[in-house]
Design a binder for this molecule. Structure first.
Ligand code: DGL
Length: 274
């Protein structure tokens, strides 16, 4: 009864942590493509190929449902995967929609026309690939009107986090927040549109100021997955074992993951030749 969680590296662990706490009875299989991270500076074709390879590996583990705990893959590859690649008995879901539903105060499956919402000025922090895809604005436009979104491509932050250089990551976050504030001085809400960024959430909040509501995905995705599995229990696949897979060095990746989540994280190689 396993469910797969995919990310380019360590960022999806923020989602993994939330879903394992929310759904302790479900074995989750996590796939981190640490050898190929960051995705945020890759082309859409490249992101599509890497994401499909990771998702197929999770299907091999008996995960019929895979959550792309990666905004970059959700933005650059998910639609193409859903339209022509995912077989009818499998599902691949992204992480944008729960976030946008929270921002626009909608319930799951509310397909009513777009309407005015309380927030008018939204800052979006995401990887360069996610920002240039405009997927966030597209999904938002289906649900809300009159929302001004200012997006900041946060180059370098994922690389710094993956390298474990949190001092550099903090300096980069502060400079990206400043750059955004020059274009939008007083956003009401800020979206952390990359699953690596909750690892820097305190820095974002501090740089933005306490009056800005910071939305991050982990908890929202966990609630949304619990709701989905309640309605579609058959989508929990036949896999039995929880595991952590990486295309990187399992020891090194495990050490960083253990440090981030403050609990023992033991990885195995995703592919035999890694
Ligand atoms: N955690 C991925 C995301 O949510 C990271 C991207 C990357 O590898 O650049 O976008």
């Amino acid at each position: 009864m396993a469910v797969g969680i995919f990310d380019s590296g360590l960022g999806g662990l923020t989602v993994y942590d939330a879903v394992t706490k929310r759904l302790p009875e479900v074995p989750f299989v996590y796939f981190g493509d640490n050898a190929n991270t960051p995705y945020g500076v890759r082309t859409a074709d490249d992101i599509y190929d890497l994401t499909c390879a990771g998702v197929e590996r999770l299907w091999d583990e008996g995960c019929d449902l895979v959550i792309l705990a990666c905004n970059t893959a959700s933005a650059a590859a998910l639609r193409r995967m859903q339209e022509g690649w995912v077989p009818p008995d499998k599902r691949v879901l992204g992480v944008f929609v729960p976030l946008i539903e929270a921002l626009t105060e909608r319930q799951w499956g509310d397909n009513s026309p777009p309407r005015e919402v309380a927030v008018k000025h939204v800052a979006l922090f995401a990887t360069p690939a996610t920002v240039s895809s405009r997927a966030f604005q597209r999904e938002l436009a289906f649900r809300a009107v009159g929302v001004d979104v200012e997006a900041q491509p946060c180059g370098g932050v994922v690389d710094a986090i993956e390298a474990g250089d949190m001092i550099l990551a903090e300096a980069l976050v502060r400079s990206h927040v400043e750059a955004l504030q020059r274009r939008m001085p007083s956003p009401e809400a800020a979206i952390l549109g990359c699953t690596h960024y909750p690892l820097m959430q305190d820095v974002f909040q501090d740089a933005l100021g306490l009056e800005v509501r910071v939305y991050s995905q982990a908890q929202l995705v966990a609630e949304s997955l619990a709701d989905y599995l309640h309605r579609r229990p058959e989508m929990v696949g036949p896999g039995q074992a929880a595991k952590l897979l990486t295309t990187g060095d399992p020891k090194k990746v495990g050490a960083k993951a253990t440090q981030f989540l403050r609990r023992q994280m033991t990885y195995e190689a995703a592919f035999d030749d890694d």
